[in-house]
Design a protein around this ligand. Structure first.
Ligand SMILES: *Cc1c(COP(=O)(O)O)cnc(C)c1O
Length: 220
């Protein structure tokens, strides 16, 4: 069903919206099936898991990191990923830049926004994003290209709409402020249960796992 599910989503996405297949816990064989169906971007949450699949699938996909990046995994992550969607701290930016320099790589990054200002959540608070961008512009090997947000855990996707909207407004504001300075193009919002609402609110990267691959095993 992975093939059919992937094709169905790819067909229904509006022009200009790209699909990131969220592949945590999926095998290389499952991911390969999605790639054969036309999926171009794979989103991984864990570096170790990504390494195993990258060894098999490598350049058949673009690799986006969508999890919480740990400092001691950055060196390995730099070898695999084409984009880090979840940059949210200066400390991480510093190490990422340093490791990218070592291998002469310019890493595309999205800034993860904590759009509901939840204390326990990853991401930069909306009001701090501009200052954060100014800070990461000092790093020659990082290329900020947009924003990513998860939003709060809510059962009803309509309730996520205000958080997507807030992130889109911020995206637009930054686009106008940094005109000519940044290639500011990606807004990554929406998962299986919320991507349609996210697209209505301006997302152009959607991260979809369950709708492509089926349910995940509960965490051990
Ligand atoms: C798992 C995951 C997704 C996809 O979630 P589904 O509900 O399975 O579509 C999207 N984004 C991130 C950051 C994830 O970890």
């Amino acid at each position: 069903m992975i093939k059919e599910n992937s094709q169905k989503i790819l067909k229904e996405l509006p022009e200009g919206v790209e699909l990131v297949a969220a592949t945590k816990q999926r095998s290389a064989v499952e991911v390969a099936e999605a790639l054969e169906a036309g999926v171009k971007i794979v989103g991984e949450n864990y570096v170790k898991e990504a390494q195993e699949k990258f060894a098999i699938l490598g350049s058949k996909a673009k690799w986006h990191f969508i999890g919480h990046l740990q400092k001691n995994k950055i060196k390995k992550a730099v070898k695999i990923f084409d984009m880090i969607e979840t940059l949210d701290s200066l400390a991480l930016a510093e190490i990422l830049d340093k490791e990218c320099k070592k291998v002469s790589k310019i890493m595309s990054i999205l800034i993860e926004v904590n759009s509901a200002s939840e204390s326990q959540k990853q991401g930069v608070l909306v009001e701090n994003v501009e200052r954060f961008i100014d800070q990461i512009l000092q790093f020659d090997n990082l290329k900020p290209m947009g924003l990513m947000t998860m939003g709060p855990w809510l059962d009803n996707s309509q309730e996520l709409r205000p958080f997507f909207k807030k992130t889109k407004d911020l995206f637009d504001k930054i686009k106008s402020i940094y005109q000519g300075k940044l290639e500011w193009v990606y807004l990554s919002m929406g998962m299986s249960s919320s991507y349609k609402v996210a697209i209505e609110e301006g997302a152009n990267l959607v991260r979809i796992g369950t709708t492509i691959f089926g349910g995940r095993k509960p965490k051990k």
